[in-house]
Design a protein around this ligand. Structure first.
Ligand SMILES: Cc1cc2nc3c(=O)[nH]c(=O)nc-3n(C[C@H](O)[C@H](O)[C@H](O)COP(=O)(O)OP(=O)(O)OC[C@H]3O[C@@H](n4cnc5c(N)ncnc54)[C@H](O)[C@@H]3O)c2cc1C
Length: 400
Protein backbone atom coordinates (compact mmCIF):
# COMPACT_ATOMS: atom_id res chain seq x y z
CA UNK A 1 0.00 0.00 0.00
CA UNK A 2 1.22 3.49 -0.85
CA UNK A 3 0.99 5.96 2.00
CA UNK A 4 -0.90 9.05 0.78
CA UNK A 5 -1.36 12.57 2.05
CA UNK A 6 -5.14 13.04 2.13
CA UNK A 7 -7.15 16.22 2.68
CA UNK A 8 -10.79 15.81 3.69
CA UNK A 9 -13.18 18.72 3.17
CA UNK A 10 -16.10 18.50 5.62
CA UNK A 11 -15.86 17.16 9.16
CA UNK A 12 -19.33 15.73 9.66
CA UNK A 13 -20.37 12.05 9.52
CA UNK A 14 -18.78 11.03 6.21
CA UNK A 15 -15.69 13.22 6.70
CA UNK A 16 -14.93 11.92 10.20
CA UNK A 17 -15.56 8.31 9.14
CA UNK A 18 -13.09 8.77 6.28
CA UNK A 19 -10.53 10.39 8.56
CA UNK A 20 -10.71 7.50 11.02
CA UNK A 21 -10.63 4.73 8.40
CA UNK A 22 -7.85 6.24 6.29
CA UNK A 23 -5.84 7.36 9.32
CA UNK A 24 -5.98 3.85 10.78
CA UNK A 25 -4.85 2.48 7.43
CA UNK A 26 -1.66 4.54 7.77
CA UNK A 27 -2.38 7.52 5.51
CA UNK A 28 -1.52 11.05 6.53
CA UNK A 29 -4.96 12.65 6.93
CA UNK A 30 -6.18 16.19 7.63
CA UNK A 31 -9.83 17.27 7.95
CA UNK A 32 -11.04 20.80 7.17
CA UNK A 33 -14.47 21.79 8.47
CA UNK A 34 -16.10 25.08 7.54
CA UNK A 35 -18.09 25.49 10.78
CA UNK A 36 -16.56 26.81 13.94
CA UNK A 37 -16.80 24.62 17.03
CA UNK A 38 -18.66 21.40 17.48
CA UNK A 39 -21.46 20.16 15.26
CA UNK A 40 -23.54 18.43 17.97
CA UNK A 41 -26.52 20.72 17.70
CA UNK A 42 -27.16 19.87 14.08
CA UNK A 43 -29.10 16.67 13.88
CA UNK A 44 -31.94 14.93 15.56
CA UNK A 45 -33.19 11.37 15.21
CA UNK A 46 -31.66 8.94 12.75
CA UNK A 47 -32.82 5.45 11.83
CA UNK A 48 -30.48 2.87 10.33
CA UNK A 49 -30.52 -0.93 10.03
CA UNK A 50 -29.36 -2.64 13.25
CA UNK A 51 -26.71 -4.55 11.29
CA UNK A 52 -25.02 -1.24 10.49
CA UNK A 53 -24.78 -0.38 14.19
CA UNK A 54 -23.31 -3.86 14.83
CA UNK A 55 -20.73 -3.37 12.13
CA UNK A 56 -19.81 0.12 13.41
CA UNK A 57 -19.17 -1.47 16.82
CA UNK A 58 -17.16 -4.29 15.26
CA UNK A 59 -15.00 -1.74 13.45
CA UNK A 60 -14.67 0.23 16.69
CA UNK A 61 -16.18 3.35 15.18
CA UNK A 62 -18.67 3.57 18.04
CA UNK A 63 -18.54 2.24 21.60
CA UNK A 64 -20.34 -0.94 22.66
CA UNK A 65 -22.70 1.10 24.84
CA UNK A 66 -23.65 3.50 22.02
CA UNK A 67 -27.08 4.89 23.04
CA UNK A 68 -29.84 3.68 20.70
CA UNK A 69 -33.18 1.86 20.63
CA UNK A 70 -34.26 -1.01 18.42
CA UNK A 71 -37.58 -0.77 16.62
CA UNK A 72 -39.64 -3.89 17.22
CA UNK A 73 -42.58 -2.77 15.16
CA UNK A 74 -43.90 -0.17 12.76
CA UNK A 75 -47.50 0.67 13.58
CA UNK A 76 -49.72 2.45 11.07
CA UNK A 77 -52.25 5.02 12.32
CA UNK A 78 -54.99 7.01 10.65
CA UNK A 79 -57.37 9.62 12.00
CA UNK A 80 -60.69 8.16 13.13
CA UNK A 81 -63.68 10.03 14.56
CA UNK A 82 -64.51 7.03 16.78
CA UNK A 83 -61.08 7.24 18.41
CA UNK A 84 -59.89 10.86 18.24
CA UNK A 85 -57.04 10.44 20.74
CA UNK A 86 -54.97 7.71 19.03
CA UNK A 87 -56.81 7.17 15.76
CA UNK A 88 -57.17 3.69 14.30
CA UNK A 89 -54.32 1.30 13.60
CA UNK A 90 -55.05 -0.65 10.41
CA UNK A 91 -51.67 -2.41 10.30
CA UNK A 92 -48.82 -3.31 12.61
CA UNK A 93 -45.70 -4.55 10.90
CA UNK A 94 -42.89 -6.59 12.46
CA UNK A 95 -40.13 -5.67 10.00
CA UNK A 96 -37.73 -8.42 8.91
CA UNK A 97 -34.93 -5.87 8.92
CA UNK A 98 -34.51 -4.49 12.41
CA UNK A 99 -33.70 -0.79 12.72
CA UNK A 100 -31.95 1.21 15.42
CA UNK A 101 -32.79 4.78 16.31
CA UNK A 102 -30.38 7.21 17.81
CA UNK A 103 -29.25 10.81 17.93
CA UNK A 104 -27.25 12.13 15.00
CA UNK A 105 -25.05 14.02 17.46
CA UNK A 106 -24.06 10.82 19.32
CA UNK A 107 -22.78 9.29 16.09
CA UNK A 108 -20.92 12.44 15.15
CA UNK A 109 -19.35 12.66 18.63
CA UNK A 110 -18.28 9.01 18.48
CA UNK A 111 -16.61 9.44 15.10
CA UNK A 112 -15.13 12.83 15.90
CA UNK A 113 -13.57 11.54 19.13
CA UNK A 114 -11.64 9.00 17.04
CA UNK A 115 -10.09 11.66 14.79
CA UNK A 116 -6.83 12.88 16.33
CA UNK A 117 -7.13 16.48 17.55
CA UNK A 118 -4.10 17.57 15.49
CA UNK A 119 -5.74 16.33 12.25
CA UNK A 120 -9.05 18.22 12.51
CA UNK A 121 -9.23 21.90 11.66
CA UNK A 122 -12.47 23.81 12.05
CA UNK A 123 -13.34 27.26 10.65
CA UNK A 124 -11.59 26.21 7.43
CA UNK A 125 -13.74 26.82 4.39
CA UNK A 126 -12.53 25.43 1.09
CA UNK A 127 -13.30 27.82 -1.79
CA UNK A 128 -11.40 26.37 -4.74
CA UNK A 129 -10.01 23.09 -6.06
CA UNK A 130 -7.08 22.71 -8.43
CA UNK A 131 -7.34 19.15 -9.57
CA UNK A 132 -4.55 17.30 -11.38
CA UNK A 133 -3.70 13.77 -12.46
CA UNK A 134 -1.46 13.00 -9.51
CA UNK A 135 -2.32 15.57 -6.86
CA UNK A 136 -4.99 18.05 -5.93
CA UNK A 137 -4.70 21.45 -4.31
CA UNK A 138 -7.37 23.08 -2.18
CA UNK A 139 -7.64 26.79 -1.49
CA UNK A 140 -9.24 28.11 1.69
CA UNK A 141 -11.13 31.32 2.37
CA UNK A 142 -8.06 32.86 4.06
CA UNK A 143 -6.26 32.34 0.71
CA UNK A 144 -3.98 29.66 2.11
CA UNK A 145 -3.71 26.51 0.04
CA UNK A 146 -2.54 22.94 0.53
CA UNK A 147 -1.58 20.19 -1.86
CA UNK A 148 -2.50 16.53 -1.26
CA UNK A 149 -2.09 13.23 -3.09
CA UNK A 150 -5.85 12.85 -2.73
CA UNK A 151 -8.64 15.19 -1.66
CA UNK A 152 -11.94 13.78 -0.40
CA UNK A 153 -14.97 16.02 -0.48
CA UNK A 154 -17.41 15.13 2.29
CA UNK A 155 -19.00 18.56 2.08
CA UNK A 156 -22.64 17.54 2.20
CA UNK A 157 -25.70 18.03 0.02
CA UNK A 158 -24.66 21.40 -1.40
CA UNK A 159 -21.16 20.14 -2.20
CA UNK A 160 -18.94 22.65 -3.97
CA UNK A 161 -16.95 19.80 -5.50
CA UNK A 162 -20.09 18.33 -7.07
CA UNK A 163 -21.06 21.73 -8.46
CA UNK A 164 -17.59 22.40 -9.86
CA UNK A 165 -16.64 18.96 -11.12
CA UNK A 166 -20.07 17.63 -12.12
CA UNK A 167 -21.96 20.72 -13.32
CA UNK A 168 -24.40 18.56 -15.29
CA UNK A 169 -25.63 16.94 -12.05
CA UNK A 170 -27.73 19.56 -10.23
CA UNK A 171 -29.67 18.92 -7.03
CA UNK A 172 -33.30 18.06 -7.80
CA UNK A 173 -35.86 19.44 -5.38
CA UNK A 174 -38.32 16.61 -4.71
CA UNK A 175 -41.24 19.01 -4.27
CA UNK A 176 -41.69 18.31 -0.58
CA UNK A 177 -40.13 19.04 2.79
CA UNK A 178 -39.56 17.31 6.09
CA UNK A 179 -40.85 19.40 8.98
CA UNK A 180 -39.12 18.12 12.10
CA UNK A 181 -38.91 18.51 15.83
CA UNK A 182 -38.28 16.81 19.16
CA UNK A 183 -40.16 16.70 22.46
CA UNK A 184 -38.94 15.52 25.85
CA UNK A 185 -40.78 12.40 27.02
CA UNK A 186 -41.84 14.10 30.25
CA UNK A 187 -44.28 16.23 28.26
CA UNK A 188 -46.18 13.19 26.93
CA UNK A 189 -49.53 12.25 28.45
CA UNK A 190 -48.43 8.60 28.04
CA UNK A 191 -45.47 6.89 26.36
CA UNK A 192 -47.36 3.69 25.62
CA UNK A 193 -48.11 4.26 21.88
CA UNK A 194 -44.38 4.65 21.15
CA UNK A 195 -43.06 1.98 23.51
CA UNK A 196 -42.69 -0.79 20.93
CA UNK A 197 -41.30 1.19 18.08
CA UNK A 198 -42.16 3.67 15.39
CA UNK A 199 -45.60 5.13 14.73
CA UNK A 200 -46.33 5.99 11.10
CA UNK A 201 -49.28 8.34 10.94
CA UNK A 202 -50.88 8.83 7.55
CA UNK A 203 -52.47 11.85 5.89
CA UNK A 204 -53.21 12.00 2.18
CA UNK A 205 -50.56 14.74 2.03
CA UNK A 206 -47.75 12.60 3.38
CA UNK A 207 -46.47 10.31 6.07
CA UNK A 208 -45.57 11.44 9.59
CA UNK A 209 -43.12 9.51 11.75
CA UNK A 210 -42.78 9.41 15.55
CA UNK A 211 -40.18 7.48 17.55
CA UNK A 212 -38.10 7.65 20.70
CA UNK A 213 -34.43 8.60 20.59
CA UNK A 214 -32.02 8.88 23.51
CA UNK A 215 -31.85 12.37 25.00
CA UNK A 216 -28.95 14.55 23.82
CA UNK A 217 -27.16 13.58 27.06
CA UNK A 218 -27.48 9.88 26.20
CA UNK A 219 -30.50 9.26 28.48
CA UNK A 220 -32.17 6.00 27.49
CA UNK A 221 -34.31 5.33 30.59
CA UNK A 222 -38.09 5.71 30.69
CA UNK A 223 -38.83 9.39 31.26
CA UNK A 224 -35.44 10.49 29.91
CA UNK A 225 -36.06 9.81 26.23
CA UNK A 226 -37.06 12.31 23.57
CA UNK A 227 -39.65 11.85 20.85
CA UNK A 228 -38.33 12.57 17.40
CA UNK A 229 -40.95 13.45 14.79
CA UNK A 230 -40.98 14.15 11.06
CA UNK A 231 -43.92 15.37 8.99
CA UNK A 232 -43.45 15.13 5.23
CA UNK A 233 -45.51 17.50 3.11
CA UNK A 234 -45.50 18.93 -0.39
CA UNK A 235 -44.33 22.55 -0.70
CA UNK A 236 -44.02 24.27 -4.09
CA UNK A 237 -40.73 26.05 -4.59
CA UNK A 238 -42.67 29.25 -5.18
CA UNK A 239 -44.27 28.96 -1.72
CA UNK A 240 -40.95 28.54 0.03
CA UNK A 241 -40.48 32.16 1.05
CA UNK A 242 -43.73 31.89 3.04
CA UNK A 243 -41.91 29.66 5.55
CA UNK A 244 -38.86 31.83 6.05
CA UNK A 245 -38.17 34.31 8.78
CA UNK A 246 -36.57 37.64 7.94
CA UNK A 247 -33.11 36.28 8.76
CA UNK A 248 -33.27 33.59 6.09
CA UNK A 249 -31.80 33.41 2.64
CA UNK A 250 -34.86 33.93 0.44
CA UNK A 251 -33.15 33.01 -2.81
CA UNK A 252 -32.97 29.29 -2.46
CA UNK A 253 -34.69 26.37 -0.87
CA UNK A 254 -32.30 25.53 1.95
CA UNK A 255 -32.64 23.85 5.33
CA UNK A 256 -34.29 25.96 8.00
CA UNK A 257 -32.58 25.28 11.31
CA UNK A 258 -34.48 26.09 14.51
CA UNK A 259 -35.33 29.77 14.55
CA UNK A 260 -35.26 30.38 10.82
CA UNK A 261 -38.86 29.37 10.15
CA UNK A 262 -41.25 32.26 10.64
CA UNK A 263 -43.45 32.03 13.76
CA UNK A 264 -46.57 32.58 11.69
CA UNK A 265 -45.70 29.69 9.36
CA UNK A 266 -44.93 27.38 12.28
CA UNK A 267 -48.22 28.23 13.96
CA UNK A 268 -50.15 27.65 10.73
CA UNK A 269 -48.53 24.23 10.30
CA UNK A 270 -49.37 23.32 13.89
CA UNK A 271 -53.00 24.20 13.30
CA UNK A 272 -53.00 22.11 10.16
CA UNK A 273 -51.72 18.96 11.87
CA UNK A 274 -54.17 19.49 14.73
CA UNK A 275 -56.94 19.13 12.18
CA UNK A 276 -55.37 16.21 10.31
CA UNK A 277 -53.70 13.93 12.88
CA UNK A 278 -55.01 11.94 15.87
CA UNK A 279 -54.89 14.16 18.96
CA UNK A 280 -52.00 12.33 20.68
CA UNK A 281 -49.65 12.87 17.74
CA UNK A 282 -50.85 16.41 17.01
CA UNK A 283 -50.16 17.28 20.66
CA UNK A 284 -46.57 16.06 20.38
CA UNK A 285 -46.02 18.43 17.48
CA UNK A 286 -47.88 21.31 19.06
CA UNK A 287 -45.85 21.00 22.27
CA UNK A 288 -42.51 21.03 20.41
CA UNK A 289 -40.55 24.25 20.26
CA UNK A 290 -37.89 25.35 17.77
CA UNK A 291 -39.11 23.10 14.98
CA UNK A 292 -37.20 23.11 11.72
CA UNK A 293 -37.60 22.24 8.08
CA UNK A 294 -35.48 20.33 5.61
CA UNK A 295 -36.34 20.46 1.91
CA UNK A 296 -35.89 17.07 0.28
CA UNK A 297 -33.51 16.92 -2.66
CA UNK A 298 -31.86 14.17 -4.58
CA UNK A 299 -28.93 13.67 -6.92
CA UNK A 300 -26.83 10.64 -7.84
CA UNK A 301 -23.38 10.97 -9.41
CA UNK A 302 -22.29 8.51 -12.09
CA UNK A 303 -18.68 8.71 -10.83
CA UNK A 304 -17.32 9.21 -7.35
CA UNK A 305 -13.94 10.51 -8.47
CA UNK A 306 -12.36 12.88 -10.88
CA UNK A 307 -8.56 12.79 -11.10
CA UNK A 308 -7.36 13.20 -7.50
CA UNK A 309 -10.68 14.25 -6.02
CA UNK A 310 -13.17 11.78 -4.53
CA UNK A 311 -16.65 12.59 -3.25
CA UNK A 312 -18.35 10.73 -0.41
CA UNK A 313 -21.59 10.88 1.60
CA UNK A 314 -24.28 13.38 0.63
CA UNK A 315 -21.74 15.23 -1.52
CA UNK A 316 -21.78 12.32 -3.96
CA UNK A 317 -25.30 10.99 -3.70
CA UNK A 318 -28.27 12.42 -1.95
CA UNK A 319 -31.11 9.95 -1.65
CA UNK A 320 -34.48 10.93 -0.22
CA UNK A 321 -34.49 9.96 3.45
CA UNK A 322 -37.22 7.27 3.34
CA UNK A 323 -34.83 4.33 3.01
CA UNK A 324 -32.73 5.37 6.03
CA UNK A 325 -29.56 5.00 3.99
CA UNK A 326 -27.90 8.44 4.26
CA UNK A 327 -25.58 7.91 7.20
CA UNK A 328 -24.76 4.34 6.23
CA UNK A 329 -23.84 5.43 2.70
CA UNK A 330 -21.34 8.06 3.90
CA UNK A 331 -19.68 5.64 6.32
CA UNK A 332 -19.61 2.86 3.70
CA UNK A 333 -18.02 5.14 1.10
CA UNK A 334 -15.29 5.99 3.61
CA UNK A 335 -14.58 2.46 4.84
CA UNK A 336 -14.53 0.94 1.37
CA UNK A 337 -12.15 3.62 0.08
CA UNK A 338 -9.68 2.77 2.85
CA UNK A 339 -10.06 -0.96 2.10
CA UNK A 340 -9.62 -0.50 -1.65
CA UNK A 341 -6.47 1.61 -1.26
CA UNK A 342 -5.04 -1.00 1.11
CA UNK A 343 -5.28 -3.73 -1.52
CA UNK A 344 -2.91 -2.35 -4.14
CA UNK A 345 -0.13 0.11 -4.96
CA UNK A 346 -1.98 1.07 -8.13
CA UNK A 347 -3.87 4.11 -6.85
CA UNK A 348 -5.58 4.87 -10.16
CA UNK A 349 -6.97 1.35 -10.45
CA UNK A 350 -8.09 1.39 -6.81
CA UNK A 351 -9.89 4.73 -7.19
CA UNK A 352 -11.59 3.65 -10.42
CA UNK A 353 -12.78 0.38 -8.94
CA UNK A 354 -13.98 2.09 -5.76
CA UNK A 355 -15.79 4.78 -7.74
CA UNK A 356 -17.70 2.37 -9.92
CA UNK A 357 -18.72 0.20 -6.94
CA UNK A 358 -19.99 3.23 -5.00
CA UNK A 359 -21.91 4.60 -7.98
CA UNK A 360 -23.64 1.24 -8.58
CA UNK A 361 -24.71 0.87 -4.96
CA UNK A 362 -25.81 4.49 -4.72
CA UNK A 363 -27.94 4.20 -7.84
CA UNK A 364 -29.98 1.44 -6.19
CA UNK A 365 -30.73 3.35 -3.00
CA UNK A 366 -31.37 6.53 -5.00
CA UNK A 367 -34.00 4.79 -7.12
CA UNK A 368 -35.57 3.01 -4.14
CA UNK A 369 -35.80 6.23 -2.14
CA UNK A 370 -37.53 7.95 -5.08
CA UNK A 371 -40.13 5.21 -5.24
CA UNK A 372 -40.68 5.45 -1.50
CA UNK A 373 -40.97 9.24 -1.69
CA UNK A 374 -43.60 8.88 -4.38
CA UNK A 375 -45.57 6.37 -2.31
CA UNK A 376 -45.15 7.95 1.13
CA UNK A 377 -45.52 11.64 0.26
CA UNK A 378 -46.41 12.49 -3.31
CA UNK A 379 -49.04 9.91 -4.10
CA UNK A 380 -50.36 8.59 -0.78
CA UNK A 381 -53.45 6.40 -1.18
CA UNK A 382 -56.37 6.58 1.23
CA UNK A 383 -54.75 4.29 3.81
CA UNK A 384 -57.78 4.79 6.08
CA UNK A 385 -59.92 2.88 3.60
CA UNK A 386 -57.39 0.03 3.19
CA UNK A 387 -57.57 -3.39 4.80
CA UNK A 388 -54.37 -4.87 6.22
CA UNK A 389 -53.97 -6.98 3.09
CA UNK A 390 -54.35 -3.95 0.83
CA UNK A 391 -51.69 -2.10 2.82
CA UNK A 392 -49.27 -5.02 2.47
CA UNK A 393 -49.91 -5.23 -1.29
CA UNK A 394 -49.48 -1.49 -1.68
CA UNK A 395 -46.16 -1.63 0.19
CA UNK A 396 -44.88 -4.42 -2.07
CA UNK A 397 -45.97 -2.53 -5.19
CA UNK A 398 -44.31 0.65 -3.90
CA UNK A 399 -40.86 -0.92 -3.75
CA UNK A 400 -41.22 -3.23 -6.79
C1 LIG B 1 -35.39 14.78 6.88
C2 LIG B 1 -34.16 13.93 6.86
C3 LIG B 1 -34.16 12.75 7.58
C4 LIG B 1 -33.04 11.92 7.55
N1 LIG B 1 -33.11 10.75 8.21
C5 LIG B 1 -32.10 9.89 8.08
C6 LIG B 1 -32.19 8.64 8.72
O1 LIG B 1 -33.16 8.33 9.42
N2 LIG B 1 -31.16 7.76 8.54
C7 LIG B 1 -30.06 8.09 7.78
O2 LIG B 1 -29.15 7.26 7.64
N3 LIG B 1 -29.94 9.29 7.19
C8 LIG B 1 -30.93 10.19 7.31
N4 LIG B 1 -30.82 11.39 6.71
C9 LIG B 1 -29.60 11.70 5.92
C10 LIG B 1 -28.37 12.00 6.78
O3 LIG B 1 -28.67 12.99 7.74
C11 LIG B 1 -27.23 12.47 5.86
O4 LIG B 1 -27.11 11.53 4.81
C12 LIG B 1 -25.88 12.57 6.55
O5 LIG B 1 -25.95 13.36 7.71
C13 LIG B 1 -24.87 13.19 5.58
O6 LIG B 1 -23.60 13.25 6.15
P1 LIG B 1 -22.41 13.93 5.33
O7 LIG B 1 -21.22 13.88 6.24
O8 LIG B 1 -22.29 13.35 3.97
O9 LIG B 1 -22.85 15.44 5.07
P2 LIG B 1 -23.16 16.62 6.13
O10 LIG B 1 -23.59 16.08 7.44
O11 LIG B 1 -24.07 17.56 5.43
O12 LIG B 1 -21.74 17.32 6.35
C14 LIG B 1 -21.09 18.11 5.40
C15 LIG B 1 -20.04 18.92 6.16
O13 LIG B 1 -19.21 19.62 5.25
C16 LIG B 1 -18.99 20.94 5.74
N5 LIG B 1 -18.69 21.78 4.57
C17 LIG B 1 -19.52 22.10 3.55
N6 LIG B 1 -18.89 22.86 2.65
C18 LIG B 1 -17.62 23.03 3.11
C19 LIG B 1 -16.49 23.74 2.60
N7 LIG B 1 -16.54 24.41 1.44
N8 LIG B 1 -15.34 23.70 3.31
C20 LIG B 1 -15.27 23.00 4.49
N9 LIG B 1 -16.32 22.32 5.01
C21 LIG B 1 -17.48 22.34 4.33
C22 LIG B 1 -20.32 21.31 6.41
O14 LIG B 1 -20.18 22.35 7.34
C23 LIG B 1 -20.68 19.97 7.06
O15 LIG B 1 -20.16 19.85 8.36
C24 LIG B 1 -31.89 12.27 6.77
C25 LIG B 1 -31.86 13.49 6.08
C26 LIG B 1 -32.99 14.31 6.12
C27 LIG B 1 -32.96 15.60 5.34
Amino acid sequence: MVKLSIGIIGGSIAGCAAAVALGRAGHDVQVFERSAGRLESRGVGITIPSTVIDSLKEKQLIDDDFPCFETEQLSYHVQDSASPEYGRSPYVMQPETRFKQFNWSDLWRALRSRVPENSYFDSQCCIEIRNNDDYSEVVFSDNSSQRFDLVIFADGYRSMARQLLFPSQPLNYAGYVAWRGVLEERYLTTSEPLEKGTALVWRREGQSIFYFVPSPKGGVGVGERWVNWVVYMPVDKEQWSHYLSDQSDHDQVASLPPGLMSNAAEEALKQRVTAELPDYYARIINSSEHTFMQPIYDVCLPDYRQQRVCLIGDAATLARPHAGSGVMKGVDNALSLAEMLAQTDDIEAALDEWSSQQADTAQQSYLLSRKLGQAFVQDVPDIASFSEEQIINWLYESVA
